[in-house]
Design a protein around this ligand. Structure first.
Ligand code: TYD
Ligand code: MG
Length: 451
């Protein structure tokens, strides 16, 4: 006999606890724990339900290269690892108003040229979706369904048999199997599980659109990320022109692959060569700004970092936008210990222009140089770039694909590159003076002597 047992799951991060508490110990948010009933089957019941399994040799399993379905947006295809795979489930997260519905509607219109696409909107009325389609100049007849009841959606899908289904958004869906409110952990999890099961059984491609909380996590449990094959996140500020889409999980391609779109009057336009769009193009160089070359998955990107260091009144603030906040504390400690630059009485703000996020540690050196530049009010010349990871002992460590990064910088007319010594290119790169540094103090010294 199945017993029902309850646990308490955090709405924000999905952590579960045997007892209720005011605060989630994992993500530290308050009032997010809610009761979830789970059915606990006995061992024999579980075994009965499982398919019989057999042991196979890896070499005996035939690898099948799955055909990819294009979304009509080559940049999105690239982020997906070359297009959509049959039966795959893609989760798209992002702030409200960033362009999730717009992007997917554009993709659906392209897919609908050859296959049937079903767009299920639980958020907007059919009229609103149609207005958007008119605005986007979409003439394709994408099938539209205004529904939030999951069982009805699946029943209809079984009749229509669409190739692609979009659920906009997963937080608005509700299933009979769960009694809690739409958007709650149980509802989101159960709906996503049923939809995923449908997609896998029928080889349908499924897009789940999800909202993101202020903290950047997907509202609803993290469990969603584990259930799906691919997770794409929108970055960039909703007020700005550019939108970045990053694959943070992909069972069929590289993670951290990004594509860039520009939001215009007629929807999202692909930016095929985004390398220099994140530079601020100031006419006059100012202290606290420097360019670095990152390499996200398969492509180099020039980005501008800005730092502001100012006398603190009381508790010094450390704020990072687009970078890892914890890493800033580490960088400031290294800067003090190995560069002789103290910031304990200063507020430190670091920002990446354009709302893009940088995850790689190659940004360490630039962060430290811009902080020093702002603190000392010294300009870093506009045609300088830097990259490199800085270790706890003050050593500058090599990064991947240095030559490719340098070539990108050369293409954009940069003249001086402060880089890790171990990354010194074998052949000189025309037009770029490479300054190899082994320790942080050497980079700071070069900066002090040459500007
Ligand atoms: P939307 O796709 O509705 O965002 P989401 O589904 O992520 O909440 O996009 C909404 C924003 O995009 C809205 O602020 C208006 C803007 N927009 C344009 O600038 N141009 C367009 O052609 C469209 C359709 C939307
Ligand atoms: Mg929307």
């Amino acid at each position: 006999m199945a017993k029902t047992k309850s646990e308490f799951v955090c709405r924000n991060c999905g952590a579960s606890y045997p007892q209720w508490g005011g605060q989630c110990l994992e993500c530290k948010t308050w009032n997010t724990l809610e009761e979830v009933f789970k059915s606990t089957l006995s061992k024999s019941e579980i075994l009965q339900g499982l398919p019989s399994s057999k042991v196979q040799k890896l070499s005996e399993i035939k690898s099948e290269s799955k055909p990819r379905l294009t979304t009509g947006l080559s940049e999105l295809d690239r982020t997906l690892g070359g297009g959509l795979v049959d039966g795959s489930v893609v989760l798209i997260g992002g702030d409200p108003g960033i362009g999730k519905s717009t992007l997917i509607l554009q993709a659906m219109a392209a897919i609908n040229k050859e296959h049937t696409a079903l767009y299920v909107s639980g958020e907007e009325s059919a009229q609103q979706v149609s207005d958007r389609a008119v605005r986007l100049g979409i003439t394709e007849d994408v099938l539209l369904l205004n529904e939030t009841h999951l069982e009805k959606i699946i029943k209809l899908a079984k009749q229509i048999k669409p190739k692609v289904i979009v659920i906009d958004s997963i937080q608005t869906m509700m299933t009979d199997g769960s009694s809690s409110a739409p958007g709650s952990v149980t509802q989101v999890r159960d709906c996503a599980a049923q939809l995923t099961q449908y997609a896998k059984q029928t080889n349908t491609i499924l897009f789940l659109i999800g909202h993101v909380t202020k903290g950047g996590a997907l509202a609803g449990p993290r469990i969603l990320e584990h259930m799906v094959d691919c997770v794409l996140y929108f970055e960039g500020d909703a007020g700005g022109r550019y939108r970045i889409i990053r694959a943070v999980k992909n069972r069929f391609g590289a993670v951290n692959e990004i594509s860039v779109f520009a939001m215009g009057k007629t929807g999202l336009q692909q930016v095929e060569n985004p390398s220099a769009i994140f530079l601020s193009n100031q006419s006059k160089p100012l202290p606290g700004s420097m360019v670095m070359v990152t390499r996200e998955a398969t492509r180099p990107l020039m980005i501008e970092l800005q730092a502001l260091v100012d006398q603190s009144n009381g508790n010094p603030k450390r704020v990072c936008v687009g970078l890892d906040q914890n890493r800033l504390a580490l960088q400031l400690a290294i800067l003090h210990k190995h560069g002789g630059i103290a910031t304990f009485d200063q507020d430190v703000f670091v920002n990446i222009v354009g709302g893009i996020k940088v995850n790689e540690t190659a940004s360490d050196l630039v962060v430290m140089l811009t902080i020093s530049s702002s603190l000392r009010n010294k300009i870093i010349p506009k045609d300088w770039i830097a990259f490199g990871e800085v270790g706890l002992t003050g050593e500058v460590r090599p990064v991947y694909n240095a030559v490719e990064r340098l070539a990108e910088a050369q293409k954009h007319g940069f003249k001086v590159a402060i880089i890790p010594k171990a990354n010194t290119p074998k052949k000189p790169i025309k037009g770029i003076k490479v300054i190899p540094v082994e320790y942080l103090y050497q980079a700071l010294q070069y900066m002090a002597e040459n500007n």
